[in-house]
Ligand binder design. Structure first.
Ligand SMILES: Nc1nc2c(c(=O)[nH]1)N=C([C@H](O)[C@H](O)COP(=O)(O)OP(=O)(O)OP(=O)(O)O)CN2
Length: 161
């Protein structure tokens, strides 16, 4: 009987969590109040086995993911590509505006993300973009990043190579 076999590596850890603030718009007229989440992050890579019998070293994947989780931890997450929320940094502060609502945050407490919204989906996509640079020397076939915004509410971004 013929068989095909495929391999994947998953990394999910209790410490792969960042606590951050954000708000999103929903539809044209609803802009959430500023609030926070403990966002949990996990990653999966698929591909052929290397000479070690690895798809990819768990430890390297875990540590790379942790690096990006740490960059987001205890920060205000702001999307720079939103069509209704303007995000304007100066030397010390970030000025944010949605219609007649305004917020000013210390620049060093923010992460400005080149995405349209700070949804779980687009945060997963941004994290995937950061991981790809490290992974691209390995012969992987896909990368999936999962972000959990609230218990049991996960979004996944899967990139195929
Ligand atoms: N597919 C997605 N759906 C929703 C997203 C998202 O990123 N992707 N995000 C939101 C909002 O950010 C919302 O604030 C999610 O917060 P959550 O705490 O899960 O929702 P509740 O306000 O209902 O919280 P409870 O504390 O559970 O009452 C919405 N949808």
């Amino acid at each position: 009987m013929s068989q095909t076999r495929s391999f994947a590596v998953d990394v999910t850890k209790d410490h792969l969590v960042f606590s951050a603030a954000h708000f999103i718009t929903i539809g044209d007229d609803l802009c959430e109040r500023l609030h926070g989440h403990n966002w949990r992050v996990a990653a999966r890579v698929e591909g052929d086995l290397d000479g070690n019998g690895f798809v990819f070293d768990f430890i390297a994947l875990r540590d790379e993911l942790q690096k990006w989780v740490d960059r987001l931890d205890h920060r205000m997450l702001l999307p720079t590509q939103h069509r209704q929320i303007s995000v304007e940094p100066d030397e010390k502060e970030v000025h944010v505006r949605y219609r007649d609502r305004r917020w000013v945050f210390p620049l060093e407490e923010c992460v400005l993300l080149p995405i349209e919204q700070t949804t779980a989906e687009l945060l997963a996509s941004w994290i995937a973009d950061q991981l790809i640079e490290t992974l691209e020397t390995s012969p992987l076939t896909s990368l999936s990043v999962k972000v959990e915004e609230n218990f049991g509410q996960w979004a996944t971004c899967r990139v195929e190579f």
